[in-house]
Structure formats: structure tokens, C-alpha cells
Design a protein around this ligand. Sequence first.
Ligand code: FES
Ligand code: MG
Length: 567
Amino acid sequence: MRLRSEQWYAGDDRNAYIHRAWMRRGTPSDAFARPQIAIANTASDLTPCNAHLNEVAASVSNGVHEAGGIPLNLPVVSLGETNVRPTAMLWRNMAAMAAEEMLRANPVDGVVLLGGCDKTIPALLMAAASVDIPAVVVPGGPMLTGTFRGVPLGCGTDVWRLSEEVRAGTLSQEAFMRSESAMIRSRGHCNTMGTASTMALVAEALGTVVPGVAGTPAPDSRLLEASHGTGRLIVELIEKDRRPSTFLTKANFHNAIVALAAIGGSTNAVVHLLAIAGRLGVDLTLDDFDRIGSGVPLLVDLQPAGRFLMEDFHRAGGLLAVLREVRDLLDPEALSVTGNPLVDYLDDAPIWDPEVIRARETPIIAEGGIAVLRGNLAPSGALIKPAAASAHLLQHRGKAVVFDSIEDFHARVDDPDLDVDADSVLILRGCGPRGYPGMPEVSNMPLPKKLLEQGVRDMVRICDGRMSGTAYGTVVLHVAPEAAAGGPLGLVRTGDVIVLDVENRRIDVEAPDFLSRTPGEAMSQAFAAPKRGWERLYIDHVLGADTGADLDFLVGSSGSDVTRESH
Ligand code: FES
Ligand code: MG
């Protein structure tokens, strides 16, 4: 048997008749002997960042046809970060599971994965890893830069900034509302170095995107050219049997982590990469992110931590220009999906704008990356992104002000009588994968109004949830185990002294009796307790953030075999 799809289409028995007859609809007979290429398409009007992917799919189709394959549009679960409640992360694993099962169940030989908005590329890569058929990602690309009153607006990042200005009384509500229609200038995903941009670039560093494509703006005609080329490539991959398990190794994840650090990417990439590695059986741990990434210079000056946006990044040379600067830190063995080592693409990758992408000798921060903290508050680990934090808070002692849920936080944070000052440490719990459920992006809690009015712009915040890739601040997040899984975060009380020591990678509570306490009733009642449906399945099976927050029974791969018939 030459093609997987021949299990459906080859032969002259009754089953082959049924499989072919329903698919014909004008298709010539020889089409059933050609590679069948699914285009896993997350286009959806409710995922505005991915709404343009039907046009991308058309270009992929042209490339597939040209190379002798049969393109097949496969709409898959789509997750729009801004719309979906309580958080798109609750359905990343569901989207991955659904895509995996549909790829396995159908007569397809390979797949092109079309994603954009935050969860869509991670979910599709998890699916492709578990079904293990040839797969290539086409990232949908960022939107163009919008401006308001002559100043560029960064998606997400400037929403947080402007809304804090309104709360601080330095921007009128009316001006804030007018900025709304200026923020999203074109098709595409968020144009900051948020999770969508991060995951597109990291997917390329991992080797699953044709090198040089990630970061191409969504309206740029070069994206369609690249999509066409990817359509041709996937047909070639089937001939070569290049499946995820045949080329994605720890070396590929090493390169992804170097890239993540050099671009100053989103902390969300940590849970996504851990989950993808888990599907492949690659032994990647939380500590690898610190070990591999923390010595890597931050070279990209993009919001949320910096100044520019993705359109500037692409103009300045894009990911390959960044990787060329840190070439010696990359693993030269790691192959791209094209079959060539990723480092082979770095010879001709100049920096065109050294303000946006810095040379190795003039980094923004000499040691970028994401720091992994441990201590009695986070025995299984917690993250902080030092590049997005305030330098003066990286070593800090302060008294905890504890909130048991996001509702508790909103109810009390602006209370003028709340006992809080600039040195306090805000703690929010019940926001992990199990507790919320779905691990929402709430860790960058807004600061108390009375402190904002005093000019305070950052405080140490600690949470078992995530933070938007477009957010910033001195935020310790992904605290594991989460409070709802019995983690010590659930035992902290208001007034306890918290010690943050990023240099020594510590996060601790100074209270001798701390671990012998029992969790408070109010906190436990705030944890999610769904009775049925996906949420029930999810909280019963979700793993901690420290291992990627996948479901326990989805870790690993089942391959693409389906042995039983339907008729
Ligand atoms: Fe879709 Fe930001 S909301 S990428
Ligand atoms: Mg997000």
C-alpha cells in the first residue's frame, strides 16, 4: 500500500465503491490514487484573527493540485481569543482532540494546518503530533499596524495601557472609546509579540513552518505565495514519509526555546510547547526553558515589552534575521519540515532595521528568556518573564493581599479601605487549569485604583493562571501545583510575607506554620465544579501547567491506523 488513503479507495469491493462514489461529484477516477491532503482550516467569523484563512486555503489548494495531490478543506474547531468564554484555553485540548480524531478517521495522507489566533496553532500541532501524518503549518499572519492620534496601537498591549490610563484619570473615557475602531487595522492576528505571533514564530523555529514564512503579515501577498508553496511541499512530504515523529526531536524544541527567548515571546508558549512535546514523547521539562533560554539575549524590540509591532518585525528581517544572530546557540542537527537543517536557512538573513531587531552585540537584555521559579509557594514551578517586569521588583519582600477568585478580586481591589500599598504582593488563586477551569489570562491583575492614582505602575503579582502574551508587569504566573489541585498557593493568607528572588529563582512564603494550615472554605467554594460536558471531562483529567495542561489521556500518540470498517 503506497498511500494511507488507499485503505479507503483502492480495490473493487463494496467498501471502496462506497468511499469513492460519495467523493466523486465530478472528480476523475485517477484522483483516488493521488495524495489526499486535508487543509485543517480554523477560519471562522467568530475567530476574527483567522477569518481570512479561506483565502489562504485556496492558495494552499492550488499548490497541492499543481503537485499532483487532492486538496480537501477540513473545517476544524476554531478558538477566538477575544470572544470565547471563560477562556479559549479551556478548549485547546478539545480542539486538538477533535482535529486528531478527524484526521485519523478520514482518508487523508497529509495535512496543512492553518492557524493564527493564540490556541489554534498549538492545538493543530498537538493533533498532528498524535495522529502522526505529514503536516506543515501555515501561520495566518499578524495584522498591519493601526494608529490613533498619530501613534501606533499595539493590539492587546495598548488596551491594557489605555484602560489603566482611564482608571488613573489621565485619559478620557471618550478618547478611549474612539481608539477602539483604530486598533484592528486589517485582517490577521494581534500584531504585538503576543501569543499568536509567538506561536507562529516558535512553530517555525520548531521546524513545522517553511522557514521564512512565519510573521508575514496577513494581508501581504507573500503569504499567499508561501501558502501555494506549502501546498506543493506537503505532497512531497508524503512521498518522503516525513511525519512529525520522524524529524521533531529534543533538538527542535531546543531551537524553539532559543527563539522564544530571543524574540521575547509569550509565557503561553511554555504550556503549548510542553503539551506538543508530550504528544511526541519528547522529554521536555519546565526547567529546560530556563536552562536553554535564560542565557539567550533578547534581540527584538516589540510590544508588550518594547516599542515596535509585527509589521516592523517582518520589514526588519523577521525570525531568520533573529536566529542568525544567535546561530551558535541553536542545535545545528534540528531539521525543518523541508528536510534541511533550520540553520541552513540563516546564511542570507540580514537585519534591515537594527532598531527593531538588534545585533547580538547590542541586545535589549543580555539574558532574556523566561525564568522558572521554585520555592515553598510553587514546588512544581512558576514562571516570570523578567523582560516584561520592573527591574526594581525582581528582588522583593512584601505582604500578601490574597484574593480567592477573580470575582473576589474585582469586588475588593478598588475598595479605598483595602489594606494595600506599593510594596504589597497581590495574590490571585483558583485560576489554574482545574480551578477556573481553563487557566485564564488573569494573572496580570489591574492595580488598585488608589495606588494607580498615586503613580504606582507595577507591583508583584502571583497567580496560578496565565497572562496574555500582550501583557506586561512583574507577574509570577503558572504557579504549580495550582490551588485547586492542593498546591500551597491555597494556604497563603493576607499579611504573610512573600519573598521573590528572581536571580536565585525562588518564590517563598515566610511563615513557619504555612504548610500545616488547612485551606479556607471561601477559596474551595470558588473552584469550578461542573457537573457535565466538556468542563467535567476537563477538570477530571487536566494536568498541571508545569507539564503543559494537556488531558492525561491525550498525552502521547495513537498514530494513524484505523483497522475497522464502517459498513
Ligand atoms: Fe486573536 Fe490576539 S485575539 S491573536
Ligand atoms: Mg491570549
